[in-house]
Write a protein that binds this ligand. Structure first.
Ligand SMILES: [NH3+][C@H]1C[C@H](O)[C@@H](O)[C@@H]1CO
Length: 631
């Protein structure tokens, strides 16, 4: 195959071309990138006096343990407390433990910050020590500290404890425990609330992110990071988790930005849309800090009156929801000297506005496109008037139905077979250039063929198909302004969707083959697209040529979906230095990175010789990035 490259760029690479889609699903937030280690830390949204209310907690040595509806709750947002009753006649340590999110990593290099509130429901003469510890399920103590609990403390008192493990067990089958001396504390009843256990966080941010997900360490000691994927945008908070959940919930249980900001003790949490309770500890401001710390711009969605069980808000009750969206946007970009919600942002520590260009109105409203006709008109109409500098993204099919005001951006989602992505590498080539821009907000090859089962993890075959499609996104990035694989993160211990880009468990992270494709494309995007000979439609060989005009480099992405290698000749329109690099991701088509084969497939970079006209053989089943210095 001979590829002739044009020296004049057809268009510049859009600022936000590659990024990440995020929503609280698959324990990607709680139990994932949100670094809180204790599951069910505040007994949010559970029914008191039930055993299920105690999920993730366990009793030690026969202590009585119950979640109560506290007559004196730690806050109106957290009505439940954990009541510990110490029986008479026991001996030794007695109390309770938390198993974390399917394990707790104990690392001797870390200082853990623990905290909780306690009170005695009835005043008592007790004055004794509680031991706070990190210990294995078998009871081996790795870190412990002592705090004194005082029986006269009948109002909530917050306790802080630092824990420094003496060693790092391989196993994550560990517990955070609170125990007292059974003889000393016999007959006592003590209430607890709002526990927390944090390891060090990404960039040291309080209430922040798990370092090894924001920064993913591969087994080779290198570091591939969500951050290193050089994502330019972060779509939040969903996805379906933005949309009110189905199964007969009320409008009030939808995600609401204002219920997720401010002190953790004031956040009620909610039943998320993926079958588990969201603490909302990774709240709206934490999402903004995540964007700031990973140098991304939010593509922020607002709730637009649709629920997954098909109901839509009628058109005469939209005003309070439109106002809530206006307030949400002002929290992000408002002037803190004039706007109350911007002033709230300042009071929480961020007086400056966050960057924001795009606001998505709803999510996948093609499921409710009839009502979207008026919902879009009211939301986009009012928000455009309030924020003329913002660009609003519609979530129905392009121009179906016709919307007013006419959307200038649409969000396309596609979950399809690997074959579909190969066949649709020219998907956007035929789109009219009529001033409309497209966000490929969610896409993934989810199975290998129409009848095939869904993939648990991406494979080389599925990732290569995505790469072929992405060469089309680059060729059409004059109208495709942003693209993100979805979903981003999955806890291998509890998930509701596969495949995903990056899997993890309580101590390790598993970047998939598709993650490496995203990283190769995003970290080598160039600043302008150089047209070249078009690949064969529905063929097996695809490429995309860009130039980085600041670094003065040429970047050539090559995708070979065939089982045999493919010799190529590139004719460049300019001279290049002979010493260049090839980074190749390749392997057997069925190969995956997974907890059992964590780094089966990683990109390998090696030097190659370039010339104005040069030959390169694309390996079978491979994604390659060639980079050369233009001279
Ligand atoms: N059904 C998918 C589409 C929706 O937007 C996401 O929440 C789901 C996967 O992440």
């Amino acid at each position: 195959t001979v590829v002739t490259v044009n020296g004049s760029a057809s268009h510049i690479t859009p600022r936000l071309l590659y990024g990440q889609m995020f929503e609280a699903q698959l324990f990607s937030g709680d139990g994932g990138i949100y670094a809180e280690m204790l599951q069910n830390r505040a007994f949010q949204q559970v029914t008191s006096n039930t055993t299920t209310a105690l999920y993730a907690w366990n009793t030690i040595n026969g202590a009585g343990l119950n979640v109560i509806a506290d007559p004196l709750p730690v806050s109106s947002a957290l009505p439940n407390s954990l009541q510990l009753t110490i029986p008479e006649g026991a001996s030794g340590p007695i109390g309770f433990g938390n198993e974390g999110y399917y394990g707790i990593q104990i690392n001797s290099g870390w200082t853990y910050n623990a905290s909780f509130y306690y009170k005695f429901p009835v005043t008592s003469s007790f004055k004794g020590a509680a031991t706070i510890a990190l210990q294995s399920a078998e009871g081996q103590v790795y870190a412990s500290a002592s705090v004194s609990l005082i029986g006269s403390q009948t109002t909530w008192s917050k306790v802080f404890v630092n824990l420094r493990p003496m060693s790092s067990p391989m196993s994550t089958a560990n517990n955070f425990t609170v125990t007292l001396n059974a003889a000393e504390a016999a007959g006592e009843t003590i209430d607890f609330a709002m526990f927390s256990l944090f390891p060090p966080t990404f960039k040291g941010r309080a209430n922040g992110l798990r370092i090894d997900i924001a920064t993913v360490r591969d087994n080779l000691g290198g570091s591939v990071t969500l951050y290193e994927m050089k994502p330019s945008f972060f779509r939040l908070p969903g996805g379906n988790n933005l949309v009110r959940i189905s199964q007969g919930q009320t409008w009030a249980t939808r995600w609401q930005w204002n219920a997720t900001v401010g002190p953790l003790v004031d956040r009620p949490g909610r039943m998320g849309d993926w079958g588990y309770i969201n603490t909302d500890g990774l709240g709206f401001l934490e999402y903004m800090y995540l964007c700031e710390d990973m140098e991304m711009e939010p593509i922020m969605a607002i709730w637009a009156g649709y629920s997954l069980d098909g109901e839509s808000l009628p058109d005469d009750v939209l005003d309070p929801y439109i106002q809530q969206a206006i307030d949400q946007i002002n929290f992000v970009i408002g002037d803190s000297t004039v706007n109350k919600y911007a002033a709230l942002r300042a009071s929480l520590g961020h007086p400056e506005p966050f960057p924001l260009t795009y606001v998505e109105i709803g999510n996948e409203d093609f499921f409710a496109s009839e009502s979207y006709i008026y919902r879009w008109r009211y939301f986009a109409g009012n928000l455009t008037a309030a924020f003329p500098q913002l660009r609003f993204i519609a979530t129905t099919y392009p121009f179906n139905p016709i919307l007013d005001p006419v959307p200038l951006q649409y969000d396309n989602h596609v979950y399809q077979t690997a074959g579909w992505f190969i066949e649709n590498a020219f998907y956007y080539d035929s789109f009219e250039r009529n001033g409309t821009y497209y966000f490929q907000g969610e896409y993934a090859a989810v199975s290998l063929n129409a009848s095939g089962d869904g993939l648990m993890y991406p494979t080389i075959e599925s990732s290569i198909a995505e790469a072929a499609y992405m060469t089309g996104l680059e060729r059409n990035s004059d109208i495709v302004f942003a693209a993100s694989y979805a979903p981003l993160l999955m806890n291998v211990a509890n998930y509701q969707w596969t495949p995903n880009l990056v899997a993890f468990d309580a101590s390790k992270v598993y970047p998939s083959t598709s993650y490496y494709v995203q990283q190769l494309f995003s970290a080598n995007r160039g600043t302008e697209y150089l047209p070249s000979t078009l690949p064969t439609y529905n063929g097996t060989l695809y490429w995309s040529v860009t130039r980085d005009s600041s670094a003065s480099t040429v970047l050539i992405k090559i995708v070979n979906a065939d089982s045999t290698s493919s010799p190529m000749t590139f004719n460049l329109p300019f001279e290049v230095a002979s010493a260049g690099f090839a980074t190749v991701l390749t392997g057997p088509p069925t190969a995956s990175n997974s907890p059992t084969t964590p780094d089966a497939i990683v990109p390998i970079t090696s030097p190659i010789t370039f010339a104005k006209s040069f030959n390169f053989t694309a390996a079978a089943y491979s994604v390659t990035v060639l980079t050369a210095q233009i001279v």
